[in-house]
Design a binder for this molecule. Structure first.
Ligand SMILES: C[S@@+](CC[C@H](N)C(=O)[O-])C[C@H]1O[C@@H](n2cnc3c(N)ncnc32)[C@H](O)[C@@H]1O
Length: 459
């Protein structure tokens, strides 16, 4: 399946190649598609390549070729269908790619199913059905039927003496009868997203990653259920996350609702500089968290090594992000990391001193342990070979280091606790929770990142 943005990239490569006889350069793609950097272009090309939409000669300039046309076809997604409901407006960008080999003949379209009138045919609420356009079906076949001129319904069709029976495939529902029906197509296949089914039925399973907008996802979570959230939201439109919007205030409110008393949220965020002026969004967010009841327990710094430095030639290199440690009341778990080498380390000792009256005073000199408590500035090497112990993670454009997440997990949670990341991207938080014997829940709005995260966790 292609996201809207991926499809735009593919369309551009295709039209450019048709017009110029060669593929666009990375820089032309970056400019035309308004992508942040050439590495973002590379990111999309890799996805399109992996999904076999394009072929590419390694590292060659303008070497992208549109893949064989007959491998994948995009069919229009024409909205949702439910008993008695009209199909909603068709959104131009909504298409579903399907393998041509599976659907060889006819004109096809897809519909999202609402309701449970066809459950005995294995078609459930939330499924997507693939429909072949045709104006007749055999008795007993499942069809998209237009009745009363403007209502579209999904039913089994039976012709009776003077009428047509529209039969639901659900024993709880009665058939209904019409004189006339216009068949719009026959259902030839059904796709199901199991996680979306679980979400809808309110049965979120622990140790799983879901595709969902995080506000909607948190609404279906129990209140006071999360011990620790470690997350890094998209900030200041710095990167292109496929055009998904970001509803900070509702995310913050839902985070407060789902966090246990004494639970912690680590919110990792930076600011963009626009025309020499920093946005200050990070501070505004921290203050909003306080307004809605969180305690700003610590403002920590995630210091990236100079490799991560960015900035104009008029400023010092920018190399850090904030890590706001927010707690619901006082944190219930605090396991401070003590791995800072102490230069003054020495053993304690004791002795005596004779006082002027001849008596002996016992003296005790305190020792300093070899390692002391860390400062609240944490420094990590970033980039390939440093941020993640696997290669898959780098298919996401903005991962945070595994070690950083692990350090927070150890600091603010215990084994068996529930660790959450509402915008989990490549699944770093979930992976480190799993390794550290905690339960986890992750969600991301992008299906592609959810698949990536699952692959990373070996799911
Ligand atoms: C900075 S990235 C997180 C990267 C992650 N920490 C990692 O290590 O891979 C932000 C993520 O938020 C996701 N996102 C954006 N808006 C969202 C929303 N409304 N609900 C859920 N996820 C969202 C994006 O798809 C993106 O993967």
């Amino acid at each position: 399946m292609l996201t809207i943005k991926q499809k735009k990239v593919l369309d551009f490569i295709e039209t450019y190649t048709q017009k110029h006889g060669v593929a666009p350069s990375h820089e032309e793609m970056r400019k035309h598609l308004k992508l942040a950097s050439v590495s973002t272009v590379n990111h999309y090309i890799k996805i399109l390549q992996d999904k076999k939409y394009i072929n590419r000669e390694k590292n060659a300039v303008r070497s992208v070729e549109i893949g064989k046309k007959d491998e994948i076809i995009n069919i229009p997604f024409r909205g949702y269908i439910a008993a008695g409901q009209p199909i909603e407006a068709i959104e131009e960008y909504e298409t579903i790619p399907v393998p041509r080999s599976l659907f060889q003949q006819g004109e096809l379209f897809a519909l999202g199913v609402k309701g449970d009138s066809m459950i005995d045919e294995g078609i459930f609420d939330g499924d997507t059905v693939i429909v072949r356009k045709q104006n007749t079906v055999e008795d007993g076949e499942t069809a998209v039927a237009l009745i009363n001129n403007n209502e579209v319904t999904l039913k089994k069709i039976y012709r009776e003496k003077n009428r047509i029976r529209l039969q639901p495939a659900n024993p709880k529902l009665k058939p209904f009868y019409v004189k006339e029906v216009i068949i719009q197509g026959k259902v030839i296949s059904t796709f199901r997203n199991l996680e979306e089914q679980e979400l809808k039925s309110g049965k979120i399973k622990l140790n799983n990653i879901y595709r969902s907008d995080c506000v909607e996802f948190m609404k279906s979570m129990d209140e006071n259920s999360v011990d620790l959230t470690v997350t890094s939201p998209p900030y200041d439109d710095m990167r292109d996350y496929k055009g998904y919007s970001f509803d900070f205030e509702n995310i913050a409110k839902q985070l407060f609702r789902v966090t246990k008393k004494g639970g912690v949220v680590v919110w990792i965020v930076g600011d963009q500089t626009i025309k020499g002026n920093e946005t200050g969004s990070s501070f505004r967010q921290a203050l909003f968290f306080k307004e809605i009841g969180f305690n700003l327990f610590d403002t920590m710094i995630y210091q990236k090594t100079p490799r991560g430095a960015v900035g104009s030639n008029k400023t010092y290199w920018q190399t850090f992000e904030y890590m706001f440690v927010l707690s619901k009341g006082t944190p219930k778990t605090i396991n401070l990391l003590k791995d800072r080498e102490n230069k003054d380390a020495r053993d304690g000792d004791s002795g005596t001193k004779r006082l002027s009256d001849g008596s002996l005073l016992k003296l005790k000199r305190a020792g300093y342990s070899k390692y002391g408590r860390r400062t609240n500035v944490w420094e990590y090497l970033i980039g390939r070979g440093h941020s993640a112990s696997d290669k898959i993670a780098h298919e996401h454009p903005a991962i945070f280091p595994e070690k950083l997440v692990q350090d927070h997990i150890i600091s603010w949670s215990n084994p068996e606790d529930l660790i959450f990341d509402p915008m989990c991207g490549s699944g770093t938080t979930c992976k480190m929770a799993m390794i550290n014997k905690r339960n986890y829940l992750g969600c991301d709005i992008s299906q592609e990142y959810v698949e990536l995260a699952k692959k990373r966790l070996g799911k």
